[in-house]
Ligand binder design. Structure first.
Ligand code: 1AG
Length: 135
């Protein structure tokens, strides 16, 4: 059975997030706010279909996708770019490629026990976020 990402996940660590913010040209003031946020993820998964919300006291971000289907993603409230996004599976990992202005942009997501790991990469920068299952 493929990994089950359903649920609510609370951030426990966010390593090198500011490197990502800089790489996507987020201004200083916004970086200072964004880098101190605790994020919560809500994921509804039905087979290959995912509805995801990343929530915080400052901004929220929603992205929905189906495995293997490319779509245009607008990173609204983040860096406000348009990218062509495809999420595929590599075993139990989800691998996202976001083609656009910034090279080597995307993320990988996987589970380890009741922890969800999200590695976000842009250019040569990598951020590692860990979330603990709460519901
Ligand atoms: C994602 O996960 C990542 C979503 O697509 C958001 C995570 C980090 C935000 C990235 C860049 C931040 C840009 C500007 C800073 C402004 C506000 C920060 C707000 C942070 C909370 C939204 C999808 C994946 C699918 O988990 O399962």
């Amino acid at each position: 059975m493929p990994a089950d990402y359903n649920g609510r996940w609370e951030m426990v660590s966010n390593d090198k997030f500011e490197d990502i913010l800089k790489a996507i040209d987020i201004d200083f003031a916004t970086r200072k706010i964004a880098s101190h946020l605790s994020q919560t993820k809500e994921i509804v998964q039905d087979g290959d279909k995912f509805e995801t919300k990343t929530l915080s006291t400052f901004r929220n971000y929603e992205v929905n996708f189906t495995i293997g289907e490319e779509f245009e993603e607008h990173t609204k409230g983040l860096d406000n770019r348009k990218v062509m996004t495809t999420v595929t599976r590599d075993g139990d990992k989800l691998v996202c490629v976001q083609k656009g202005e910034k090279d080597n942009r995307g993320w990988k997501q996987w589970l380890e026990g009741d922890m969800l790991h999200l590695e976000i990469h842009v250019l040569d920068k990598v951020c590692h976020q860990v979330f603990k299952k709460s519901q």
